[in-house]
Design a protein around this ligand. Structure first.
Ligand code: ATP
Ligand code: MG
Length: 569
């Protein structure tokens, strides 16, 4: 491609709407253009990188025996009703106004189960893994991160169909390996977190993440052993507390006028905040449950959900607090409750003595509480979110809390979709059974944006060979020089003839400085600089974008040098 053919020029101004560096650079380099909120056009330069990412994904999917499909974006609402996902997606699902009964698919589990129902008859036809690279539609509420969160985006979605749980394990393992290969080939520095698969209804799921300030997920990371988990689910080594002064303590009531918070209580009594146990009352499926936390630790509701075994709970209202406990929010505790209720405490409190908590009587607290002694606890559970610096659950090194981008997600789905849509097969013994499914998604745009987040400098993008729109950019510095013009064109033709993807900056009216800056902004791995001075000695300059290293080479050696060069990988 030559700049003077039909190349889209760079945008010199940094667009104001760009919130993160990858979005800024993609707009400035002319890779994408925003058409509406969360809707992007891929311009030729960007689309080349997009297709490179797609191709890597396609090769790795084919390599693990997955078959490529192309499913429609329009989808009958009834199959989404059958699985309950019209309600589950809610406003995120686009409905078609002038053709009721059709929705725009945000993912394709339903359609796959629908196809499997018609085509799979027997266990002999399993396993299967089906995939596509296709456009997805999601009415994201606030799409403000560029292509990282579009309302229309490209997903590679794969679905495994198996006859047994062991089969699913094997299909899942193949996809996991394919994902590792894909992200490695794309040059992403990624990590994997285990995630609770909650609403998807499966037994196991993992997210592939890239650390980046542009991310919308918070993860706890251990740089020592590689442990990583979403903050929602992350664990640290439990730091138990104990303030016991004698073996047999009995509760003692104290007057604490107008004390409402843990900090006020700790200050008033001159004790550490951790010596105070905070009480929260939840209404769980209609019944009150007391949740006790250490000091200022907050209840992590995702963890509470796992501990309770249900998502149907809410914080009690002020009126309910008075009714259940006899006190207002600041004076609640585990003893002398008005209503008998289940008591769940965070693990930090297991066995803790010398503790202080509300007396269930306004303006009074109880001292010398012993968890598991004078305070009966029905269950201990990990209920708090980890904080930066806490010891890693595996190795004890301090955890770091970082922002991250989710670039892929793999799920063991089970039979939710095949049950709902009747996708069954006949087992070896003739019994009809639901197909066991897995689902595996990759955001193609997120690969590109994450790559740019991790590979840029103040001048622009730094592409690797795998994703680069072109491997080489030739800069013809002064097009009015016959020597520059002919040499640049000759190199350009030679590269073409040898199947090397090459971009030629042959703009006649643009200064060398602008060409240098644009080449750095666009970020092709190798730049070949054709300037008159070097050409007169039979040389050109080759610049490696990532390192800035420049080598002067005889014109005749450039092609073989580029062919052999691996430094730009
Ligand atoms: P998020 O939590 O970021 O919304 P998700 O859990 O909804 O992601 P999945 O439904 O698992 O995402 O979709 C599979 C993959 O598709 C994600 O891992 C991500 O890479 C990509 N993806 C999801 N939503 C978007 C979007 N709005 N724009 C671009 N890519 C997306
Ligand atoms: Mg989402």
């Amino acid at each position: 491609m030559r700049f003077t053919e039909s190349f889209i020029p760079t945008q010199r101004e940094i667009p104001v709407e760009a919130e993160n560096i990858s979005h800024q650079l993609m707009l400035r380099a002319g890779m994408v253009q925003q058409i509406a909120a969360g809707v992007y056009a891929w311009l030729p330069l960007g689309y080349r990188a997009h297709r490179n990412a797609q191709q890597i994904i396609r090769e790795e999917m084919n390599d693990v025996g997955a078959q490529e499909f192309h499913l429609p974006a329009l989808s009958p609402a009834e199959i989404w009703e059958a699985t309950g996902r019209v309600a589950a997606f809610g406003d995120t699902l686009f409905h078609i106004k002038n053709r009721p009964g059709l929705v725009l698919a945000p993912t394709h589990e339903e359609v796959i189960a629908f196809i499997a129902r018609a085509h799979v008859r027997s266990y002999k036809e399993l396993p299967q893994t089906w995939y596509q690279i296709q456009t997805k539609f999601r009415n994201e509420p606030r799409p403000k991160s560029g292509v990282l969160r579009g309302r229309q985006f490209t997903m590679k979605d794969a679905y495994s169909l198996d006859a047994s749980p062991e089969g699913l394990d094997a299909s899942y393992a193949k996809q996991e390996q394919a994902y590792r290969n894909i992200y490695t080939r794309c040059g992403l520095n990624f990590f994997i977190v285990g995630a609770a698969s909650g609403a998807m209804g499966g037994s196991k799921s993992q997210e592939f993440m890239v650390e980046s300030v542009a991310g919308e997920d918070n993860v706890a990371v251990c740089d020592n052993c590689g442990y990583a988990a979403n903050v929602e689910a992350a664990q640290s080594q439990t730091q138990r507390v104990n303030f016991a002064t004698s073996a047999n303590e009995s509760p003692e009531e104290i007057f604490t006028p107008n004390i409402k918070t843990i900090d006020q209580l700790a200050q008033y009594l001159k004790v550490p905040a951790e010596q105070c146990a905070k009480s929260r009352v939840y209404v769980v499926e209609g019944a009150p449950v007391l949740v006790l936390m250490c000091g200022n630790d907050e209840v992590n509701e995702m963890k509470l959900q796992s501990a309770l075994g249900t998502g149907t709970f809410r914080a009690a209202t002020d009126e309910e607090l008075a009714k259940f406990t006899g006190a207002d929010a600041g004076s609640i505790g585990p003893l002398h409750l008005k209503t008998t209720m289940r008591v769940i405490a965070d693990r930090r409190l297991e066995g803790a003595g010398g503790m202080i908590s509300g007396a269930n009587k306004n303006d009074f607290h109880l001292m010398r509480l012993v968890f598991g002694g004078n305070v009966k606890v029905d269950a201990y559970a990990d209920l708090r979110s980890v904080a930066a610096g806490e010891p890693c659950v595996n190795c004890g090194s301090p955890l770091r809390i970082a922002r991250a981008i989710e670039i892929g997600h793999i799920f063991k789905l089970g039979t939710k979709y095949s049950d709902a849509l009747g996708a069954r097969f006949l087992d070896a013994d003739g019994a009809e059974k639901p197909i066991i499914m897995g689902s595996y998604g990759i955001g193609v745009e997120r690969i590109l944006a994450s790559y740019i987040e991790q590979n840029n400098d103040e001048k622009g993008i730094i592409w690797n060979r795998a994703l680069a729109p072109f491997l080489v950019e030739i800069l013809a510095l002064n097009m009015s020089s016959e020597l520059v013009r002919t040499t640049a064109m000759k190199l350009y033709d030679d590269f073409h003839a040898n199947d090397i993807e090459v971009l030629l900056d042959d703009r006649p009216d643009v200064s060398a400085g602008v060409k240098f800056n644009d080449a750095d902004l666009l970020g092709m791995p190798l730049q070949i600089i054709c300037g008159e001075k070097n050409l007169k000695n039979g040389n050109v300059e080759l610049k490696i974008r990532r390192t800035g290293e420049r080598i002067v080479l005889p014109i005749d050696n450039v092609l073989t040098h580029v062919q052999k060069s691996t430094t730009a990988a």
